[in-house]
Ligand binder design. Structure first.
Ligand code: ADP
Length: 528
């Protein structure tokens, strides 16, 4: 079913009504006007696809009406009805841009066919223009896709619009949250600039609000209050196109102006297609800018946070070392209840030291201060020492530990301190998240020139959707308000950072309620 909007102009009510009925029956949206001026007013108020006009009308005749209609709305198709058709009228009509004739009296099918033919011709013409515009638009698109700087984009848009329509003047208005900025090429002398500023803005607002094309010709009544503008801008023809974003929001308006020569047929379609693409590109560039700003802000915050962690950790470390030193000596010397209490102080101070060490290690990793010192390491011994160091906590929860490393597992060349930290962090987590009486096991094997180490526990497990996130800084599966386990969510981030520093990788396999296995893979022989 056709959806085109048709305006019929005829001073004879009977003909008007007949045409209206025929075209409505064909499925068109139809409006009517009884004079040329009434028709032109309608066209100024809303867009029509086709004007069907009688030639002989009181006031301005059909040919003039069609001619002005084309100036107001360059894309409109004009079909004239005439009772007689001489060669002269036909030639004059063609000169004025009439697309099709219907000779009166006509049968309903004749009118329908003429209208359909004119619409089809116009469709083909537009298709043709679209195809012709493809090459410059394709080039334009390439530029748009690779440009995220709004200023460069605007420059390209104006450039192409002016070049392709051979316009001497180009103005681009952009609405930046209610404030309209203006980019003009070439710029006006200061006094003409100031003199017409409010008119230029008024025009931009009109195009943006109506979301319609505006076509003006110097000396034509329809130009009305914008006549002065044409004069000062020193152009005879102006065409304005709205820049409409994806959700129908007006982003701005593109205006081009020409001296003496009118716009060619097809200029309007070209500018519309171009304006559509430019609007998307400008919107994307704005979004990119916003994201970039947010990203810079985040980077600043992240940097401040790293600084804070670094300073806090350094400042806490020394007093804590003193506290820990004195408390350990006093615990050794004390007896009975005092000794028990002092041991509690020592244990908690050690926990605090682990946290501070995590903070410091993270900061070393972030600032690139962490360095590798490879040396020979016997993995089984390193794991045994780690288990021994935390035997108190293992015993407290009655956990079973097991090490399953083949006898022929070769000595590794690794950074002992880093490997120790990785093993210790995974072991401490396994202890923390495994309930009383559970099992913790270490397995290791070789795969080519890599060692793969697995730390398995029979603990609470990790939900599948959380398994990637737990390696992020400060990420904890449990809600901080209802947490049952201590910690600040840095251990795994540091562990992952250390593994990666050693050119390895770490991952987890886990089932909720059944336990987790953390795997990490390192080069058997770490290079410097
Ligand atoms: P935290 O200080 O919270 O232990 P980590 O970075 O070491 O921080 O671990 C991040 C989160 O990963 C923990 O809060 C916990 O929810 C989860 N997690 C780590 N290891 C285990 C494990 N062995 N079993 C179950 N959950 C674990």
């Amino acid at each position: 079913m056709p959806q085109e909007k048709i305006l019929i102009a005829d001073d004879e009510p009977n003909v008007l009504d007949l045409c209206r009925r025929i075209l409505i029956a064909e499925g068109y949206q139809v409006e009517t006007a009884q004079t040329g001026n009434e028709a032109l007013d309608r066209i100024r108020q809303q867009p029509f696809d086709l004007l069907l006009t009688d030639i002989k009308m009181p006031g301005i005749n059909g040919l003039e009406t069609a001619h002005i209609a084309k100036e107001i709305s360059p894309g409109i198709i004009c079909v004239t009805m005439t009772g007689f058709s001489t060669m002269d009228t036909a030639i004059e009509a063609l000169k004025l841009g009439i697309d099709e004739f219907v000779i009166k009296p006509f049968a309903p099918e004749e009118l329908s066919m003429s209208i359909a033919r004119a619409l089809e011709k116009e469709r083909l013409r537009k298709e043709n223009i679209r195809l012709r515009s493809l090459i410059p638009l394709f080039e334009f698109n390439k530029t748009l896709l690779s440009t995220v700087k709004v200023k460069t984009l605007l420059h390209h848009v104006l450039d192409l619009a002016q070049n392709e329509t051979r316009s001497e003047l180009g103005i681009l208005f952009l609405d930046d949250s209610g404030e309209i900025s203006e980019h003009m090429h070439p710029s006006l002398p200061p006094e003409s600039h100031d003199q017409t500023q409010s008119l230029r803005l008024e025009m931009a607002h009109w195009i943006m609000q109506q979301q319609r094309q505006l076509s003006l010709r110097r000396g034509e009544a329809a130009s009305g209050r914008f006549e002065t503008l044409l004069e000062v801008l020193n152009v005879d023809y102006l065409m304005g196109i709205p820049l409409v974003a994806k959700e129908g929001r007006s982003l701005g308006a593109l205006i081009v102006g020409k001296k003496s020569e009118p716009f060619a047929s097809g200029d309007s379609e070209f500018l519309q297609v171009m304006a559509g693409q430019a609007a998307i590109a400008i919107e994307n560039a704005h979004l990119f800018q916003e994201i970039q700003q947010a990203y810079d802000e985040l980077k600043k915050l992240d940097h401040m946070k790293s600084e804070f962690i670094n300073i806090a950790a350094h400042e806490l470390r020394t007093p804590l070392a003193i506290l820990l030193g004195y408390a350990s000596v006093m615990a050794e010397e004390a007896t009975g209840l005092d000794r028990e209490r002092l041991n509690t102080v020592v244990r908690n101070a050690m926990r605090l030291r682990t946290l501070i060490d995590d903070m410091l290690n993270l900061s070393y990793l972030e600032t690139g201060q962490a360095r590798l010192k490879p040396e020979e390491v016997i993995l089984r011994e390193l794991i045994q020492h780690a288990i021994c160091d935390v035997s108190n906590q293992i015993e407290e929860k009655s956990l079973n530990t097991e090490i399953d490393i083949p006898a022929d597992f070769p000595p590794m060349i690794a950074d002992r301190q880093k490997l120790d930290l990785i093993v210790m962090n995974l072991l401490l987590n396994a202890i923390k998240y495994t309930p009383q009486g559970g099992n913790i096991s270490f397995k290791a094997w070789t795969e080519g020139d890599k060692a793969v180490i697995a730390v398995n526990d029979s603990g609470i497990g990790i939900p599948p959707e959380e398994q990637d996130k737990i390696f992020e800084r400060f990420y904890q599966v449990e809600d901080s308000l209802t947490r049952q386990h201590s910690g600040i969510g840095l251990g795994l981030a540091v562990t992952k950072g250390m593994v990666e520093l050693c050119q390895g990788r770490i991952w987890v396999e886990s089932e909720l309620g059944k336990g987790s296995t953390f795997f990490f893979e390192l080069p058997l022989r770490q290079s410097q």
